[in-house]
Design a protein around this ligand. Sequence first.
Ligand code: SF4
Ligand code: SF4
Length: 383
Amino acid sequence: MHSRVFEPRQLTVLTTSKCTAACRHCCMNSSPERSETLSWEQIKDVLEQAFHECRQLQVVIFAGGEPMLLGDTLLEAIKLCKQRGALTRIVTNAYWATTRAHARFKLQELKDAGLDEVNVSTDDYHLPFIPLDAVKHAYEEALALEFSAVVLANCFGPETTLTPERVKAEVGDPPDMQLRFSDDGDLIQKRAHRGKSLILLSNSRVQRLGRGNQQLSASELGPTNPDLDQLGEQVGGCPWAIKSAAISAKGHFVSCCGFEVEDNPILDYGDLAKTPLAELLDKADNDLVTNMIAIIGPIRIMRMLQQICPDEVSFPGSYRSFCEVCSDLVSLKQNREALYRHMDRFAELVLDARQYLGELKAKGALDFPPLKITPSAAPGGPR
Ligand code: SF4
Ligand code: SF4
């Protein structure tokens, strides 16, 4: 085993593309009509490879689609992670929590398997498919069973009726419920209290990703980020690329779950049925465009390309987040081709940054600081 600069600290297993819902904002394009699902053999195999290969892997997240559709396979996968000492989380829509008793039964099974954290999604887009009562059953019973974290995830926009404030009120306005984001969208440091569940309301703004690209109106999405460049400077490279990698429902190793990147020519590194994870990890770690995203970040790459080759790129949207920019950067053929044509200009910069980050990693650093690589450093090229 050799040292990679970028490798997963957390891994999301996108267990299935099938879902009991078909939310209009779903960044994964999941729905009842889709059917790709990982088998127990596939999940076991990839988890064993991941625990062997990734020394920093600490958290395994089971998401989808709807992971609870996997039944006993999900329980077995959680048990395997528990045996390997990883923290586990599920991200679910709570369709299964039809009554309190049923919620209790299902959650007890998960608890017995070793699950640590329960994340239940609810917002205007989920409500046509999943009643709020199911969400409340899951939330209340998860608290009663003392999972280490119980999270309610709510996406909101200017026209939202089920706002974060209303979600909080619906579950009794718990005084110890913490918010994930401030009003300005900054991440708030979470405080876990010893022996008590962390109760979190993940209040994120709705994004134009996946199905949201076609189905959400401009007024639902709300204003774009006027401080996009400032965000690009502050955050630097994408904090999730490879470090928060995923296994897609077809069994591909992909960069992240920012949106459905399976089959994307850049962010999908290949099929685990054909190539061992170790090789795909190397491929991802050595991929120049992925390194640019992880080191420079999509916002600054967009600005650099607009400076270097304005006639060759198209960024038709106005943007709110890293992933919205990234989606247009890696999904639009025209932008991918411009990236490929000009990426050699970035190679030296990326290699220097990798050397620096490799040294930090050798000293034990887990999180990398944002690097000061700005478009203004790029008159005619980013060198
Ligand atoms: S947002 Fe979640 S619940 Fe809704 S369709 Fe997508 S995976 Fe299913
Ligand atoms: S910015 Fe790109 S690489 Fe990073 S999480 Fe979003 S989609 Fe994934």
